[in-house]
Structures are given as C-alpha cells and as structure tokens.
Design a protein around this ligand. Sequence first.
Ligand SMILES: [Zn+2]
Length: 416
Amino acid sequence: MHLLIKNCILNGQMRDILIKDGLISKIDKSINTNTENILDAKGNYIIPSLKNGHTHAAMSPLRGFGDDMKLQPWLEEKIWPAESKITSTDVYWGTRFAALEMIKSGTTFCNDMYFHFPAAQKAFIDAGIKSAAGPALFDFFDTGKVEEMKKNCLNEIENTQISGTNSLILAAHSIYTLSFESLKWIAELAGTKNIPVHIHLSETELEVKECIARYGVRPAMLLEQTGLLETEIVTAHSVWMDDNELDLLARYNVTVTYNPSSNMKLAVGKVFPYREIKERNIKILLGTDSCASNNNLDMFEEMKFASLLQKHQNNNPELLTAMEIFDIAAGSEASVFPQISSQIKVGAYADCLLLNKENLDLIPSNNLVSNIVYSANGNCVDTVICRGKLLMENRVVKDEEEILNQIRSISKRVTM
Ligand SMILES: [Zn+2]
C-alpha cells in the first residue's frame, strides 16, 4: 500500500514523502506517482511519532479517581479495590481508550504492563498502534500462587497473536512482588524464548531498604543474581540507584525508562539520575506511567517535565536539552524494540506526525524542537501515521465515540 504526503515541512524544508508498505521509500522536493492515496500536508511540520517507554494502559478509566494521597493508602483504598472489579473486557476498552489518547497526542508505540494481557494486545492491534506487552507476573511471595502464575504465563504466550509490530515482553512487576525463585524462572524463560523483560526497579527508598533487609544486596545486584540482567531488560522509574548499581547496569544490555510526572506526583523523593546514566551510555526511554499516577499519556508534557526537572535539580539549564529529550521520546535509544524508528528517513518505518503549523504553541517558528518540548502539548498534533496507515487526520480517530461511551460506564462501575 502506498501513501504520498505532499507539501510537508521536514527539517525546515518543504518536501514530499512517499510511503510504501509501512516504510518511507522516498523523500524529495516533488514526487509524482500514480497512487490515489495522497495526503496534502498543507505546509504542516512532519516529525517522528513519540514512543512511550512505560505504561499501564488499561488504568486510564481510573484517571482522577485517587489523587494527592500517599502510595500505600492510594493503593489499598483506591487502586486495588477498583482493579479487583476490572474484567478482561474492561482491559480491552481501557486500553483502546489509552490508545485513543496516545494517538491524539502523537504516540504510536507503548511498552505496556497490565493483567489480562491478551485483551490489551488485541486493543493495541485494533487501534493500529505498535506495542510491547505480555503476561503480568507477580506471586506476592506466596508459593501457592507460583504454579498458577507460570501456567497462565505460558498459556498466554502460547495463545496470543504476536507479531513483530505488537511484540511480546515479560511484564515482571517488581522485585517486591516476585520471589527470588520466580525472578529466576522469568530470566530463564526470557533467555530460552528470546523475549525481553519489563520490570519496575528502584522506584522508592522503601523498595531498596526492603531488598537489603531481605537479600543483603541492593535491587540492581539482586537482578544480576537472578540472571535478569543477562536478558534484554527494560526497567521503569529506576531513581533510587547508587553508582555501583549504575556501573552494573552499564555492563549489561539494560534500558531504563524515565517517568518524571509519576515520580513527582507520587513524591518518590529522588530524581532520575539522568547525567550519571548518560555518562555511562545506558539507554533511556521516556514514559508516562499510567493515567492513575500522571494523569495523562501526553508525551509532549512528559518531555517538558523531564527536561525541566533535570535542569532544576542539577542547577544547570544546559542539562537535558530540548533536542536530547525529543530524540529520546522519539525512541532513538529504543533498540530493545526493533519495530520502531525514531527518524524520518528513507528506509525507516513510517511512524510520523503532522503538527498543525497554525497551533499557537508553535508560533513563531524560531525553533521547532524548542516549541515542541517547552511550549506545545499533544493538541498540536493534526495527523498521525503508524506503519504507513493514517490513524488520525484533522484530529479525527475512528471509533472515538464508542470508546468514550464504554469508558464512562466502566469507570462508573469500577470506582463505585
Ligand atoms: Zn508503572
């Protein structure tokens, strides 16, 4: 299938871009082909789409349900009781809702973690966005639950439609919800089946203290002991890490996700050690975390928080520039996910956005990347293309009305 984009601004110059079978096949001043599929970009800006490194998509119906609370009462009084009512159908619609928000704010890929993964996977496929998702793994140190967890995990892997575009990842919740034996089993499974792993790591000081009390080592060392650092692993949050742990992560093929909004909202008490991570060439993704702890999935806002927080914390306005955070948000360090590209160039996946040049956040156009990171939000996105397909044009996304109707009733039921 072909799509010809006419008259878009790429790196400051008017260009036509031809997309064939999901890939960018030609970029030129003027392209004429016999395809009927022509999109006139009317001088709007074309940029790579954004990629969300850490989400719990199906939690979107819980937006605004519990705010301004400490972590434990928030989980015990709000989140867990609501989640106990969530069915796999709710996960499907919750994930469609999240995907709708992602599309409307220019995101075409997410690395997700939630239970009822087959329903989430189907939602990502139906929405047309790329994803990495997989069985949610936790045993709460209850040996009686381990066999059931393993059985469900293998079953879900076996019976779910997986493609390179919507790939599999083992969603190992954390070192404080999984026993040592289960963490080891996950590492072995990841190794034999060649599946990457997604885990929360060192989000809070309590997690580190409990790990030292239980195992006598800090969390990253524990991951090494379980064999998990030998897998392709993506860690979320990762704020409470000392220099020895960062040195350890640098020796392995680890990708860390930076979740500034969630870290600030839940007041985890420490800032992601960006400079130390960068110095060690550890790969970084940017993520929103869920709508329950953010409260949106807008990667434009996340870029701004990410950059400002580093500058403020380090008393250094030169740290984490607009260009650096934009590259990270576009997925330039996401080699763990080969289904995404971070650039508009021939041969790259056609995952791109048209930004409305008339949006006032983008005016004047002194510096587009500065406007994108420091001024704009997801509302500046006019058109979204993923795998060469139009997912949104003039801010219209298919199925929007049905998705919103479903979410209103799901949210009412689970938050009662
Ligand atoms: Zn999370």
